[in-house]
Ligand binder design. Structure first.
Ligand code: UD1
Ligand code: CA
Length: 457
């Protein structure tokens, strides 16, 4: 039987150096709050309870997080004064079961991976395991003291370290997996008798060692997993590390990026083989691209699925859309939520589509607005066609059947239906349903005055 797992996320720090009205853990990396990253990652493991220790801006943090993470039923614990990491865990103690294990994480160390946390937990066979790393510049961080056998003896903080201890390059990430029994036993005994007069969580290491407990240590796969965010520079640099990792994984899966440093993935991107992504493309939310999708420069693609061999020309915005195979879009097209483009359809430049289905092989090639519409197969929507879907109060539907041909610059005043194979003459204002196979004209007749003389100066 595996023991229960709690997660304690320390998030009480103010983040003064961010110079922000927003609590630090709500700052975003790859479009998601720092705390959101930590929550999503620990829930890749099976977690029994999630405790967040908050301080500065607690209301703001809870409101923002509870909205999105209601399914985790987070326990919020206030730490009104930030007296140290040990104190922070101590205030959460009466929410922690007596048995089981706890992962201790930081709300401002967003990129620790689920894989690392799983390994850290597996390493805790004796009461406590920790995540450490040997680095070039350990300044400012807690150092791992080992005895001559290489066993961990203690963690010493920068400000308390002797000059010999300052030479140690193995650092403490601050991330641990600890048996709850040890936390219940040691945390009440912490003192703040140190250089910073803080209650150091790290002091539980020497207490455990004194009880004969040997402490396991593992290293993360990537250094960025244990990097924290204290200022905007660190946030930006961590963003870059994360982007390169995502791009690297996609390259391994067969995606070609014109420039791996000029693409941003703010969410998850799944792509088939031989996908090409040109520069300055931004993906948000969960996006899926089929094989041979070709995305040109400057597109923003959000929570959308694009089928095989779609071609997205430059500067399109595609938001919550579902696109079939072999579809051509853009340049400069805007697909708004609930747009469905069926196989081999075409949407051209300066076209906006919202909450509409475009049938197989149909074309909306230039300067149109299609909203709340259903378009059948092989229809042709001429340049400048507008579905007038809104009367100021209600939204109404436009239905265009298979093979219909809508002449340029027509207004289709919804609710209205255009029959199968029907034709609408250019410049029409269509307010009445058009029968199948009919031609509808809704425009003024042309008038001609012969021999007309223009005014002269
Ligand atoms: C701590 C570790 C240090 C480690 C470093 C890694 C201790 C004593 N030291 O350093 O060994 O190398 O992390 O970054 O644990 N927090 C609270 N309440 C508090 C204090 C901190 O919630 O009272 C939170 C902060 O918001 C932050 C995290 O705990 O998310 C770490 O605090 P921080 O001050 O950055 O760490 P240090 O104590 O400097
Ligand atoms: Ca710190």
């Amino acid at each position: 039987m595996t023991s229960s797992l709690s997660v304690v996320i320390l998030a009480a720090g103010k983040g003064t150096r961010m110079q922000s009205a927003k609590p630090k853990v709500l700052q975003t990396l790859a479009g998601k709050s720092l705390l959101g990253h930590v929550l999503d990652t620990c829930h890749q493991l099976t977690v029994d309870d999630t405790i967040v220790v908050y301080g500065f801006g607690g209301d703001q943090v809870q409101t923002a997080i509870d909205d999105q993470y209601a399914h985790l039923s987070i326990t919020w614990v206030a730490q009104t004064e930030q007296l140290g990491t040990g104190h922070a865990v101590k205030v959460a103690l009466d929410k922690l079961p007596k048995q089981g294990q706890s992962l201790i994480l930081y709300g401002d160390v967003p990129l620790v991976s689920g894989r690392t946390l799983t390994l850290l937990r597996a390493a805790n066979t004796n009461g406590m395991s920790m995540l450490t790393l040997t680095v070039n510049n350990p300044f400012g961080l807690g150092r791992i003291k080992r005895n001559s056998n290489g066993d961990i003896e203690a963690i010493v903080e920068q400000k308390d370290a002797s000059s010999a201890e300052q030479q140690i390059t193995e650092i403490n990430s601050g991330i641990y997996c600890v048996d709850n029994a040890l936390l219940h036993k040691y945390l009440p005994k912490l003192s703040n008798d140190n250089a910073q007069q803080e209650y150091y969580l790290t002091d539980i290491v020497k207490m455990a060692v004194a009880d004969g407990i040997s402490i396991a240590a593992i290293e993360p796969e990537h250094a960025f997993e244990i990097e924290g965010v204290n200022n905007r520079q660190q946030l930006a640099s961590l963003e870059r590390s994360w982007q390169s990792k995502l791009v690297h994984d996609l390259q391994v899966a067969g995606v070609q990026f014109a420039d791996p440093t000029r693409v941003d993935i703010r969410g998850s991107l799944t792509a088939g083989q031989d996908v090409f992504v040109d520069i300055n493309v931004v993906f948000e939310g969960d996006c899926t691209l089929g094989d041979n999708v070709y995305v040109e420069a400057g597109c923003v693609i959000k929570s959308s699925q694009l089928g095989n061999a779609c071609h997205i020309k430059p500067y399109c915005v595609i938001d919550h859309a579902q696109v079939g195979a072999g579809v051509d879009i853009g340049p400069f097209a805007h697909l708004r939520p609930d747009t469905v483009l069926s196989d081999n359809s075409k949407v051209g430049n300066f076209v906006e589509i919202k909450k509409s289905v475009i049938g197989k092989g149909s074309k909306v090639n230039h300067l149109s607005y299609i909203g709340d519409a259903t378009v059948g197969t092989n229809a042709n929507i001429g340049a400048g066609t507008i579905t007038c879907n809104y009367d100021g109060v209600n939204k109404s539907q436009t239905i265009i059947h298979d093979n219909a041909f809508i002449g340029s610059n027509s207004s289709l005043v919804a609710p209205v239906t255009i029959g199968k194979n029907a034709t609408v003459g250019a410049g029409s204002v269509i307010t009445v349903d058009v029968d199948a196979n009919a031609l509808a004209l809704g425009r003024g007749r042309q008038v001609q005055k012969s021999g007309f003389k223009r005014p002269i100066k």
